[in-house]
Design a protein around this ligand. Structure first.
Ligand code: ADP
Length: 431
């Protein structure tokens, strides 16, 4: 039978009393007392041994050393041991979870700082360290207001109105533009979230500039057209004058049409899937066409030469490559005064293939070169317009060749000429 431990302990005491009583009956009172005392002392010694084992284990309770008791102590010891082991398991589990969340917080691409009362930092991630120059080792527990001293930031925190984020320049992360959000949560805790918006701001600025540029570019020919329509309406002109004005109007509407067409081409390329890698562009016939186009545009005013050093072809979109290379060739003709020469080169090597157009034209000041592929960027607006330029040609070139993993290299000397080279990687070259 399985009795409750307390009943069993009482049982042992009663048994001792019973033995003492028997000794009294058949022996003497002294012997009975001696038996009773001995029995109780034995029981006390037994309990003391168990207590010492418990005390030793409790000093350093570890699931590795099992707590084993005997008799009435075995069950409570087993419970205690199991409880300790479960507790340890739970602690290990939560430690792992905490480490996982901590690692996720560290991996965030936005800066995150948890602050408590008095803006004291309780936790921050690596991105916040870089953005604000904090240190996770030394700055925990310090008020953030003592560490980040930018007046804009301090005023924002002390004003306490966090409905709109604060935008400020980082003094640490290369002048990056940061957007700071303060989000209150829990008991007197705030999460400061810092997002780097440099790129978004740049794209926004580009979009604003682009809209302004397009409006400006279209407004000029529109104003001219509008003026001539008024003139034709109001003045009684002879057929010769009328034809002259209509000619100018046609020129302006052509110009607007070219701008719109080129803008559409750019936006089509932006939205289009990557160019094919298995469609072969016949370079020999494309180069020949480019040479003939250059001669037609030059109208005999330049010497045009094609130096075809190889018969390699390209894989890609024929339309995009044709428009990129024709733009380079037509620029060479348009920016080279009469009497100059234009050379078209095509060559290949183990690294890939190179298309280059060399001219002996007006050249470009080095300061302008990095910006030439921006939309509507022109060194000399008047000259570009006179020769029928829209300022979008090199933007198209850059876009089309980048889609083919190629790169544009520009070398130029003012007054001496320019060389525009497009380098295609070996993967795009068909031998
Ligand atoms: P545009 O329609 O004005 O020619 P592009 O984008 O094709 O526009 O070229 C941008 C600017 O780069 C031109 O306005 C011109 O100032 C300069 N440029 C391009 N190609 C040449 C060249 N071969 N020689 C001199 N300048 C050039």
């Amino acid at each position: 039978m399985n009795f409750h431990p307390v009943v069993r302990a009482l049982g042992y005491t009663l048994l001792t009393l019973a033995i003492a009583a028997v000794v009294w009956l058949f022996g003497s009172a002294h012997a009975a007392w001696a038996t009773l005392v001995l029995g109780l002392l034995l029981q006390l010694a037994y309990h003391l041994r168990q207590w010492i084992a418990l005390e030793r284990w409790a000093r350093n309770p570890s699931p590795a050393t099992e707590l084993v008791g005997s008799g009435v102590w075995s069950e409570p010891f087993a419970h205690l041991y199991r409880h300790e082991r479960d507790l340890r398991r739970q602690i290990a589990y939560w430690q792992e979870e905490l480490a996982r969340f901590g690692a996720a917080g560290q991996a965030l691409t936005v800066g995150a700082i948890i602050v408590g009362e008095g803006w004291r930092i309780e936790w921050c991630n690596r991105m916040a360290e870089q953005q604000l120059g904090l240190n996770q080792q030394t700055d925990i527990g310090e008020p953030i207001t003592h560490l980040v001293r930018q007046p804009l930031f301090l005023n924002y925190l002390t004003a306490g109105d966090f409905a709109a984020p604060l935008q400020m320049r980082s003094e640490r992360a290369g002048d990056a533009l940061l957007s700071v959000h303060v989000i209150a949560y829990g008991k007197k805790r705030q999460l400061i979230q810092i997002t780097d918006i440099t790129q978004t701001e740049r794209v926004d600025q580009m979009r604003r500039d682009f809209v302004a540029n397009v409006s400006h570019e279209l407004r000029t020919p529109l104003t001219v057209l509008h003026g001539f329509i008024e003139t034709l309406r109001e003045l009684d002109l002879n057929p010769e004058e009328r034809n002259h004005y209509l000619g100018i109007m046609a020129e302006q509407s052509d110009r607007m049409q070219r701008i719109v067409q080129e803008l559409l081409l750019l936006s089509t390329m932006e939205a289009a899937p990557p160019p094919p890698t298995d469609e072969r562009i016949n370079m020999t016939s494309l180069l020949d066409k480019l040479r003939r186009d250059a001669e037609a545009l030059s109208n005999g005013q330049h010497q045009v030469e094609l130096i075809q050093g190889c018969h390699a072809d390209l894989f890609g979109s024929e339309g995009e490559i044709t428009s990129a290379l024709s733009n380079l060739v037509s620029n060479a003709v348009r920016y080279t005064p009469a009497g100059g020469s234009i050379r078209i080169h095509w060559s290949s090597s183990a690294e890939g293939a190179e298309f280059a157009v060399e001219d002996t034209g007006i050249g470009i000041d080095p300061a302008h070169i990095p910006r030439l592929t921006e939309r509507f960027y022109r060194v000399d607006r008047g000259r570009s317009r006179e020769s029928g330029g829209t300022g979008l040609g090199l933007a198209i070139v850059k876009h089309a060749i980048t889609r083919h993993q190629a790169s544009l290299h520009i070398h130029s000397k003012p007054g001496q000429g320019s060389c525009f080279a497009v380098r295609f990687p070996a993967a795009r070259v068909a031998l």
